[in-house]
Design a protein around this ligand. Structure first.
Ligand code: 4AD
Ligand code: MG
Length: 474
């Protein structure tokens, strides 16, 4: 007997076949002598409609009320043409087995539970249409990411999670230490009894690594060491930021994709970012049709057309100076005023991509050096660096990247200017000492990409287990 995955999808209309379906009951309804069970195994959105009469083996399970929403079942039957309009085919059940019953308290019964409610049920929310669709599209985006870089000759490098360096220099790192009681004690004891850590009491030499250690905010510096040996590389892994921003675009733990291109400048970097985004968007439109139709209908109307444009049309490129001009000339009141030299707030970013350029992704380049990280290459004007951010509608900043400062003397001068400890960067400086090359790269926040492609409003709803200051459910 063929075992099939999923419900009646486009290609599946082998009427007459003897099949097995395993999955979870979404709904059960009885219509005179016929029982309809909608079963879903997570492989696609559509349920397999299982139609049963009292002849079927195991019918007593239905009679005794054991087949309820949430229960897991094994069903065997014949695929037949469906009488209903919602599906082409359905399973005429010969035998049903209850694999695991579901307690009546199963919380996913209600059709339109709020996303806030579902966040408190992170372990069960993948049983809903929205969250299973997000999980499949997220998976497709990860697959397409590897496919894109592998097909273009990039080598995947695993960057470390525990590190001593703060790549972005924003002081937003989580500390990793063994100087507090064991995790068991810490979790079990009331908060007040855990020794407070402050500067006076920390003797880092007594700690696990003999010095402070942190969770990485970015794998870039490590990627650079491999790019200056293997040429083009990319990382794809978890990164952590202790930013106390409770927004719909920030997580404390998020995944980042960081390509690093050797023998490349900012133009190559922007071209790579554009080609990458267009590739993964096209991939999802081609291979996640059912899920994308769902998002188009229920989450963001018109998202498919919008993504088709992204995949086909050129992106806008402007300089930071031009962006500031645009904002100053906008016939619109912003909460924050801008002037040359300041960081753009999300209201400005959204204005630029959503209004000034009508929903097209916009790349802004050549930012003032004072608002960007130490490693970015200085432009000849002495005021700006070869940085670029890609902004997309609704999400704002999707990508941040730059050409790296490959000239040893410039980099050393910049570290001094910023009063950074040069000794801590000895290995990074070595890369400029031994066969330095122009190189460039970018970081793309994977969850922001999933938001952009699905239309989901809140970043907490596009990662299986969100970690934010307000998520205490772990
Ligand atoms: O702009 P960022 O800080 O750049 C870097 O970390 C560079 N080292 C990247 C590189 O050049 N290799 O972060 C890159 C991207 C942002 O554009 C954003 O999409 C995402 O990471 N990001 C976050 N996503 C979710 N939650 C957060 N707290 C994020 N912070 C950054
Ligand atoms: Mg950034």
């Amino acid at each position: 007997i063929a075992k099939i995955k999923g419900g009646p999808t486009e290609g599946l209309d082998e009427v007459g076949e003897n099949l097995v379906v395993e999955g979870w009951v979404r709904t059960l309804r009885v219509q005179s002598s016929i029982t309809f069970i909608e079963v879903n195994d997570g492989s696609c959105l559509s349920n397999m409609q299982c139609v049963m009469d009292s002849e079927a083996e195991g019918y007593n399970l239905v009679e005794s009320g054991l087949i309820t929403t949430g229960a897991s079942i094994w069903v065997q039957g014949i695929l037949v043409k469906s009488q209903g309009s919602k599906q082409k085919v359905e399973l005429k059940v010969k035998k049903i087995v209850l694999v695991g019953k579901s307690d009546p308290s199963f919380p996913m019964q209600k059709k339109r539970a709020s996303k806030e409610f579902l966040r408190t049920k992170a372990h069960l929310r993948p049983r809903t249409n929205t969250f299973s669709a997000v999980a499949r599209v997220r998976n497709a985006l990860a697959y397409a990411t590897h496919k894109f870089f592998q097909e273009n000759g990039f080598v995947w490098v695993s960057s470390p999670i525990i590190t001593a360096s703060d790549c972005e220099g924003a002081g937003e790192q989580f500390c990793v230490t063994t100087l507090i009681p064991s995790s068991r004690e810490a979790v079990d004891s009331p908060v007040d009894t855990i020794p407070k850590m402050n500067d006076r009491f920390i003797d880092w030499s007594q700690d696990f690594f003999g010095k402070p250690a942190f969770l990485t905010v970015s794998g870039q510096l490590n990627a650079e060491t491999y790019a200056t040996a293997l040429s083009d590389v990319y990382t794809f892994g978890p990164t952590f930021r202790a930013e106390n921003s409770n927004t719909s675009r920030h997580l404390a733990e998020f995944w980042m994709i960081e390509p690093e291109l050797a023998f490349a400048d900012l133009n190559d970097d922007m071209a790579c970012a554009t080609a990458y985004l267009q590739y993964v968007v096209r991939y999802v439109l081609d291979y996640c049709k059912e899920d994308m139709d769902f998002f188009n209908t229920w989450i963001e109307k018109g998202i498919i057309d919008r993504l088709n444009d992204v995949a086909d049309k050129d992106f806008v490129q402007i300089t930071y100076t031009e962006a500031i001009d645009l904002i100053l000339r906008a016939n619109k009141k912003f909460e924050y005023q801008v002037k040359w030299g300041c960081d753009l707030q999300s209201e400005h970013e959204r204005y630029i991509t959503e209004e000034a350029f009508g929903g097209c992704p916009v790349i802004i380049r050549d930012y003032p050096k004072d608002i960007k990280a130490f490693y970015m290459r200085q432009n000849d004007d002495g005021k700006t660096v070869a940085a670029m951010d890609m902004l997309v509608p609704r999400v704002g900043e999707l990508i941040g990247g730059s050409q790296r400062e490959e000239r040893l003397e410039y980099l050393e001068a910049r570290l001094e200017e910023l009063k950074l400890n040069k000794d801590a960067y000895w290995w990074y400086l070595d890369l400029r000492r031994y066969g330095s090359v122009p190189h460039a790269g970018f970081g793309l926040g994977f969850e922001r990409l999933v938001q952009f492609v699905t239309g989901m409003d809140n970043i907490r709803d596009v990662i299986p287990f969100p970690r934010t200051p307000d998520s205490a459910e772990f």
